[in-house]
Ligand binder design. Structure first.
Ligand code: ZN
Ligand code: ZN
Ligand code: ZN
Length: 374
């Protein structure tokens, strides 16, 4: 069962979403099933051709929030504290146009922000029923809330970090020369669930030259002696909060050139973690990882941002990337995952999730950062 979020917490999130919307001159939020909706009122199915949509007026607009939902799915919402939250349920039946219901609730021309993940069929459907309205995305509103984790959310991310650490600690059971990436990946996926996740959301096993592709898909390549292997794995706990951790393994001792580059990467990752504290910007944390890698002549080999926020989504704000001048605040959670990739030869990445604290950060992944030689 999904751990219950207290109704008071959802009430607070709904109120704050309305306030941030008003600050951003948005009059109405339209949120379809996805992580934004889960954050605001709890888990609600999935989006499909039948419209389910939270209609949430900004602060200062009188109408109460409403959840437009297909009549046949209304019984499935019994687990949500909608009455306590003052959210009215508005059902519709097949044959009706639910987009007209939304425009009735909107009550005329307005400034509307739709969930980033709203299916286009519904975004355009609503737009066509309120042609005078101005439409934008709700992401900039929701990110202001979701980016700053409360204590219960941090506790979930900490538990997720510990769960994926337990999977990495078992890697010697799975990762052996002579096995294929796909065989190793299947065992890891099972372990991810055994250790408390509801599913293995992603399993990257990048052996030898495949390690040079950061988002490599599992293949039938046989893992050989002397090779480096990138293992980047994660998934959600029952609460919906995700883990994401990369560690590096070698099947037997690699050559010194590889070990030297690995030492640079390890130092860069530690330097970036050490740079995290309130008041530092996201791009400064990116630079802290990038500078030593560039100084070692590997700057061109570090081909992606240093990290991404994590929570109900594996990738969310804040992004740890050059050009992001967002100032870090306590409660922000994100990955620090510099990598170096030598096409056709090998790649390496080290990834931890960290949470910003009052005077630094807490690391949520605590297995060794050394290259693990199996
Ligand atoms: Zn990724
Ligand atoms: Zn990541
Ligand atoms: Zn990862």
């Amino acid at each position: 069962m999904t751990p219950a979020v207290p109704a008071a917490l959802f009430a607070d999130r709904l109120r704050r979403a309305g306030e941030v919307a008003a600050d951003q001159d948005v009059e109405l939020l339209l949120i379809t099933p996805g992580t934004d909706l889960r954050y605001l009122i709890g888990a609600v199915g999935a989006s499909h051709e039948r419209l389910t949509c939270l209609v949430l007026p900004a602060a200062g607009h009188r109408a109460p929030p409403a959840l437009v939902v297909p009549k046949l799915e209304a019984p499935g919402l019994a687990h949500l504290p909608l009455a306590e939250l003052g959210v009215e349920i508005v059902t519709w039946t097949d044959g009706e146009d639910p987009h007209l219901l939304v425009s009735d609730l909107a009550g005329g021309p307005t400034t509307v922000a739709v969930a980033d993940e709203m299916p286009a069929v519904h975004a355009f459907g609503v737009r066509d029923t309120i042609p005078e309205a101005t439409f934008g995305l709700a992401g900039p509103v929701l990110r202001e809330l979701r980016m700053r984790k409360d204590a219960a959310e941090v506790a979930e991310l900490r538990a997720a970090g510990a769960a994926i650490d337990r999977v990495h600690a078992r890697m010697g059971e799975f990762l052996k020369a002579g096995r294929t990436e796909a065989q190793v990946g299947a065992d890891i996926a099972a372990a991810i669930v055994e250790e408390g996740h509801t599913e293995a959301a992603f399993v990257i096993v990048g052996s030898g030259p495949n390690g040079a592709s950061p988002h490599h898909e599992l293949s039938d390549r046989v893992i050989g002696t002397g090779e480096l292997v990138v293992i980047d794995i994660g998934g959600p706990l029952p609460s919906g909060y995700n883990s994401d951790c990369t560690r590096m393994y070698a099947i037997g001792e690699p050559d010194t050139a590889v070990l030297d580059a690995y030492a640079v990467l390890q130092g860069a990752q530690q330097r970036s973690v050490d740079s995290v504290r309130p008041g530092v910007t996201a791009e400064q944390v990116d630079a802290a990882a990038r500078e030593p890698i560039a100084a070692a002549g590997l700057g061109e080999r570090f081909i992606h941002r240093t990290g991404h926020g994590i929570g109900l989504d594996v990738h969310e704000e804040p992004y740890i990337v050059g050009g992001n001048s967002r100032t870090l605040e306590p409660g922000m959670a994100f990955s620090i995952e510099p990598g170096v990739y030598l096409a056709g030869r090998w790649g390496a990445r080290i990834e931890d999730i960290v949470v910003v604290t009052a005077d630094g950060c807490e690391r949520l992944n605590n297995n060794t950062h050394d290259l693990v030689i199996l």
